[in-house]
Design a protein. Structure first.
Length: 446
């Protein structure tokens, strides 16, 4: 086969990014060549997201743009990811220019599928979702940055009323600890300074294969790896955040004291409607528990406003929670009414205009909370991971309470700093979400 070039676009969450990295590695092993130019590519690949309606529309618009390029270049248009899992072969009717829909289960066969593409549409059987990768075979294609994601599990077993991920990605299934540790070592050896563990339900890691939650054991093994790096956890479902996990996170040097818990709401009534944890795992009690273990844990969460059944009283409860418990980082989303979700069939729908108003009000409250939290840190010395440079040579990086792509930034007031290094810095200025620092010295450890 003559040299064939491909380009892959990744839409959606970091878990998709990991899949794209694996696809790239497998295609290169199969003698395909990556390119950054869509007009040069023989295969235009899109790894998609389909969690909510806005994401679906955004993904379809992007695919249609590639379809126009395809008409001019004679390339093949390939779609994989969550959009394919959700809508399956119906996508051929929506965008006829698509040449192949490749389910997630078939990632390992990507090269063979592309090599055998002909003029007909490629129709692959959609089986139940069982795919889970062992480890990456090639170096990451995101080498120009300091952090790398590792997916430790696939799927989800939770019954959340608003969520369709279990229908898209299948039941929860964990990877082996040894495979994850080997992958982390592989990435650290490439120079990555932050390893971010992701899963739809990270706190449930290991329950299916080790018969107990084993995230604490995994962290202990990762912390043993040589080198200077951070370990960050994203998407910790409230259930499973127990004393063992918190104490392990507190004691391990390389684990960032950063806990990302998508609470979704604070009102007990709304949590019950959403089929989210209550009792000792409801937000107020869980935040208090976390802070009783270590007061420098920084908590990130997300909330949904406008879910069916949410009243002004429920929303006011949420506003009080945000003001009182002062979480470092908060994301807010307006409810999306997805036909496959349980909440779609619920009455007491909240209008989009009301949801949007609540969104802006809650974000305004969090903006003030964030500014207050950061202002109290002025003058403190912290560790900063230097990542990029601005015009003039000054640096931009992150502190341990700032996850990449979703939280604030740290601006380093110095020129000619070394990138991809940990630096001890003193906080000189703070804003609503960002901080400014002056370096004092390089760190011996992360």
């Amino acid at each position: 086969m003559s040299e064939k070039k491909f380009i892959i676009a990744t839409l959606g969450c970091p878990k998709n990014e990991v899949d794209s990295d694996i696809i790239c590695g497998k295609l290169i092993n199969d003698s395909f060549t990556p390119t950054n130019s869509p007009t040069e590519a023989d295969f235009l690949i899109v790894n998609t997201c389909a969690f909510i309606a806005d994401a679906v529309e955004e993904n379809l618009r992007f695919i249609r743009k590639l379809a126009k390029i395809k008409k001019k270049s004679n390339a093949k248009l390939i779609v994989t990811g969550c959009l394919v899992e959700r809508f399956k072969n119906n996508l051929f009717n929506v965008i006829p220019e698509i040449d192949a829909l490749i389910p997630t289960n078939n990632i390992n066969e990507f090269g063979e599928i592309l090599r055998n593409l002909d003029s007909a549409k490629t129709n692959i059987q959609f089986d139940s979702q069982t795919y889970i990768y062992k480890q990456r075979n090639e170096g990451s294609f995101f080498r120009n940055r300091s952090y790398a994601y590792i997916k430790v599990a696939e799927g989800c077993n939770r019954p959340c009323s608003f969520c369709i991920i279990p229908k898209i990605r299948g039941k929860f299934r964990s990877r082996l600890i040894d495979d994850i540790v080997d992958e982390a070592k592989f990435l650290i050896d490439q120079g990555f300074k932050e390893i971010i563990l992701v899963a739809q339900d990270l706190s449930n890691y290991g329950q299916d294969i080790y018969k107990r939650t084993a995230l604490d054991t995994l962290l202990v093994e990762l912390d043993k790896l040589p080198g200077q790096f951070w370990i960050r956890l994203l998407y910790l479902y409230p259930l499973g955040i127990n004393d063992r996990l918190l104490e392990t996170m507190s004691s391990l040097e390389k684990v960032a004291k950063y806990i990302d818990i998508p609470f979704q709401h604070s009102s007990r009534k709304m949590l019950q409607i959403m089929k989210r944890p209550t009792g000792k795992f409801e937000p107020r009690r869980l935040v208090e528990k976390i802070r009783s273990v270590r007061d420098d844990f920084h908590i990130r969460t997300t909330f949904i406003v406008g879910h069916p059944g949410e009243t002004d009283e429920d929303f006011n409860d949420l506003c009080r929670f945000v003001k009182e418990y002062k979480l470092t980082n908060v994301g807010v989303f307006c409810y999306s009414d997805e036909p496959e979700s349980e909440s779609f069939r619920m009455s007491d729908k909240v209008s989009k205009s009301v949801a949007k108003k609540r969104y802006h009000e809650l974000m305004s409250i969090q903006k003030m909370v964030s500014a207050e939290i950061l202002s109290q840190m002025k003058g403190k010395e912290i560790t900063v991971l230097a990542e990029t440079k601005r015009n003039g040579g000054a640096g931009v990086g992150r502190a341990y309470f700032q996850a990449p792509e979703i939280d604030g930034l740290t601006f380093i007031e110095a020129k000619n700093i070394s990138l991809n290094k940990f630096i001890k810095c003193k906080i000189t200025q703070t804003g609503d979400y960002d901080i400014w620092v002056k370096p004092s010295r390089l760190c011996e450890s992360g």
